[in-house]
Design a protein around this ligand. Structure first.
Ligand code: DAH
Length: 360
């Protein structure tokens, strides 16, 4: 075998053995670089006789060309292998569930969601939202609402009282949202149409009672407001809230110091293996108290009962939230257990609207 053939064999073997681009480059420099083996052969052409050069020229140049071609081919091969290896490490499993962004992990408490739902329903009927403080005076919580002093109804409310002030008066945690009726009538001129969602407090605790709970009060005052309006509003509310086409309601006579007449309202339901369904069935469930605002209350709030009349209602928010969303234990509402909230809570962007569906 000639020297050239032996050199070619060595170089091609080195090219084939180059495991990476750097190794291949070293082989190229050793062969075709300035002081490479092939370049050295090319230089020998200059000293040859024309006869010899005619013979050796094509052989050496052929060698140079084949080495160059082999290097390019190997380079392409190594490039493709490197790309394949990179792609193999960068594969994305598109079937994996999307990871939630931290801002999307938070949940809206069912009570907040239900307050948003109520507000959407009543806002659609033209109601504004009114608010008052959790710490109330005895006057607003009881006296102006026509609870006579020492009346047993004050005890019925299991009130949390603060220590008496030097003048003998004592503040309390409001036992219902009704004092905000008083505040609204004192602050605004009729016609009034407000709902009053908020926290209320009573010294009571079991599976369906917690010392802090939520009510939504409604108040309408105008010259011609009557029980028919009240019944229509409550029926529309129940249908919208429970998302049923029809709901039967039953009004029973009752007593509240601040309304006359006073009524309690039951809605038709079916109790089925621990579940309650509305808009069907033969059972009844009490959901709220209501009535025509007592003339004494109007008077206590600076309104003339001969000119104005109105109606009001009070409804337990936690209870209707439990019914609507199948949450069996009220106490869990206020235990701040993140697992409970992850299960029963609502996504922050699921804003209830009548157009979009309340709980869709
Ligand atoms: N305040 C009452 C309670 O907590 C509920 C209530 C009943 C409110 C009748 C009203 C009403 O406005 O008219 O038990």
């Amino acid at each position: 075998m000639s020297d050239i053939a032996a050199l070619e064999g060595d170089i091609l073997a080195a090219i084939a053995a180059a495991g990476g681009e750097a190794a291949l480059e070293a082989v190229r420099i050793a062969a075709l670089g300035k002081s490479g083996s092939v370049s050295a052969l090319l230089k020998t052409l200059a000293a040859m006789s024309p006869e010899e050069r005619r013979q050796q020229g094509p052989r050496i140049n052929g060698l140079k060309d084949r080495v160059g071609t082999a290097i390019s081919a190997r380079k392409a091969e190594l490039g493709a292998a490197a790309l394949d290896a990179r792609l193999a490490t960068e594969t994305i499993d598109v079937t994996l569930p999307a990871r939630e962004a931290p801002a999307e992990i938070g949940r809206i408490h069912p009570v907040s969601q239900v307050i948003d739902e109520l507000t959407a329903i009543f806002a659609d009927m033209g109601f504004a939202v009114a608010e008052g403080p959790d710490i109330e005076t005895d006057d607003y919580n009881f006296t102006r609402l026509n609870f006579p002093a020492d009346h047993p109804a004050r005890e019925m409310h299991d009130t949390f009282f603060f220590n008496p002030k030097p003048d003998g008066s004592r503040l309390l945690l409001r036992t219902h949202t009704s004092p905000v009726q008083v505040r609204t009538m004192l602050a605004q001129k009729p016609p009034l149409r407000v709902i009053i969602p908020g926290r209320t407090y009573r010294c009571d605790s079991d599976q369906t009672h917690t010392p802090m709970f939520h009510q939504v009060e409604g108040l309408v005052i105008d010259k011609g407001s009557h029980l028919g309006h009240l019944k229509w509003i409550l029926a529309e509310f129940c249908k919208a809230f429970f998302e049923v086409d029809d709901v039967k309601m039953r009004f029973r006579p009752s007593f509240f110091p601040f309304t006359e007449p006073s009524l309690e309202v039951d809605i038709q339901c079916r109790r089925d293996r621990g579940e309650v369904r509305f808009g069907e069935g033969e059972d009844w469930m009490e959901i709220l108290g209501c009535g025509m605002v007592h003339p004494n209350v109007l008077r206590n709030c600076g309104l003339d009962p001969d000119e104005y009349q109105g109606f009001a209602w009070g409804l337990g928010i936690d209870r209707i939230a439990m019914l609507k969303y199948g949450m069996p234990d009220l106490r869990a509402f206020f235990e701040a257990d993140a697992r409970w909230l992850a299960h029963y809570g609502f996504r922050p962007l699921d804003l209830p609207t009548l157009a979009g569906g309340l709980s869709a």
